[in-house]
Ligand binder design. Structure first.
Ligand code: ZN
Length: 409
């Protein structure tokens, strides 16, 4: 078989062109969903599709589909994609890479004069980041039947603007219902957003699944008293108690549950006065692991440990589950196809579990799905400094090319 390659210079160029839309002074991108900058990125994507002679359309929640037609129009397409929206201080690659790599793949197949047996479609999912409108992964969630169109339409931003109005305002509310779209298989290329591939010297990550997430709300009640006249042994300091809990959580994840991560990302201290012993705190816990049973075991250990700490410090603790997202296991045939492609092309790869959530988690509920990761510099993402090398991006796109051909030729 004659080896074909995607055009790595062109792929890099399209990513850099997209990065100009909403570019920030520090070299990142700010392109929140359904804003004028999001519209500009969508317009550019559709302009390219039009110029290159592809069919394109958008559905009822603004997901854009760009299609290279196959011999049979009626077969469900091989779907590739990700998202063009970003975090407020986001980078050039998170999401954008998946859409542009997909686009480069259909351009390459077309240029080679190869007519696929079924359509190959590149998708830009609406509002993956969930910054301006919640929930995250909204477009892929509606496509997959996880969220209803109404739920997403009614979501409002901080200024009370609804998703539906903002979608209409930028001209991307399509007629056809998102949930009515079909696909044979879904592949999402993405930068890793973590340091493992780079530090272990692998070019490709074959993503077997995405770890589960359990989120807890904790409130600790002590007793407010004067910071000058309350002796140390007579205090019920909610913050001291909470601090011990944070350390216990950190130790637990580090020492007792290998492969888990645990974070306290937010804490509010009441009354928050310099000269009052804190009487109350509220904080969040985010724990993640690829296995559901481990997450539940961690939850019960947390409850036990925290109760002991509360007893020792004379405080009261209440723990409430905020949400639980079960781990995702991607389709094994799809992952196997990625693995075979990487092997054929001679790239070293590792199988891994994604630490972050992606559109593929939603899509996998409806269509057999999988993901391919490429390294990003120092694992930095959700940051304006996010960076990846043109060679690594091309490597991932070539694995994508061969996998897509496997399903569509
Ligand atoms: Zn992303």
């Amino acid at each position: 078989m004659k080896r074909i390659n995607i055009d790595s210079t062109r792929l890099w160029h399209t990513i850099m062109e997209m990065a100009k839309i909403g570019a920030t002074p520090k070299g990142g991108v700010k392109r929140l969903a359904l804003t004028e900058t999001d519209k500009a990125a969508r317009d550019l994507f559709c302009f390219w599709a039009e110029s290159d002679g592809f069919e394109y359309e958008w559905d009822s929640v603004g997901n854009i589909f760009v299609t290279l037609q196959g011999k049979s129009k009626n077969l469900p397409p091989v779907l590739i994609g990700s998202h063009l929206d970003t975090q407020p201080t986001g980078g050039k690659f998170d999401g954008i890479y998946g859409v542009m790599a997909g686009y480069e793949v259909i351009k390459t197949i077309k240029e080679q004069g190869i007519k696929p047996s079924r359509p190959i479609t590149v998708v830009n999912w609406t509002n993956e980041e969930g910054v301006r409108f919640t929930p995250a992964m909204a477009g892929s969630g509606v496509f997959s039947g996880v969220y209803t169109e109404e739920e997403i339409y009614n979501s409002t931003d901080n200024n009370g603007m609804t998703f539906k109005n903002e979608l209409e305002k930028i001209g991307y509310r399509g007629h056809r219902k998102s949930v009515d779209y079909e696909a044979e298989v879904y592949i999402e290329p993405h930068i890793e957003q973590g340091p493992i591939l780079e530090s272990e010297n692998y070019k490709i990550g074959i993503v077997k699944g995405v770890q589960g997430q359990l989120s807890l709300d904790v409130s600790v009640t002590g007793f407010e008293s004067h910071s000058g006249s309350t002796p140390m042994n007579m205090r019920k300091d909610a913050l001291v108690s909470s601090s011990k809990m944070c350390l216990a959580l950190n130790r637990m994840a580090t020492e007792q549950f290998p492969g888990s991560v645990a974070t306290v990302g937010k804490m509010i201290v009441h009354p928050g006065a310099r000269n009052t012993v804190p009487g109350k705190t509220y904080f969040t816990i985010d724990i993640r692991h690829p296995r559901k049973d481990i997450l539940f075991e961690m939850e019960s250990k947390i409850k036990q440990h925290f109760q002991n700490i509360a007893d020792e410090t004379g405080t009261k603790v209440e723990i409430r589950k905020a949400w639980f997202t079960p781990p995702v296991i991607f389709n094994s045939i799809c992952a196997e196809t990625l693995r075979k492609s990487a092997e054929f092309l001679g790239y070293n790869f590792m199988e891994m579990v994604s630490g972050a959530g992606h559109d593929a988690c939603m899509v996998n509920n409806k269509v057999p799905g999988c993901m391919v990761f490429v390294p990003c510099e120092k694992g930095i993402s959700h940051n304006e400094l996010e960076n990846a090398s043109p060679e690594d991006l091309a490597t991932g796109a070539n694995v994508l090319l061969y996998s897509v051909m496997d399903f569509a030729i």
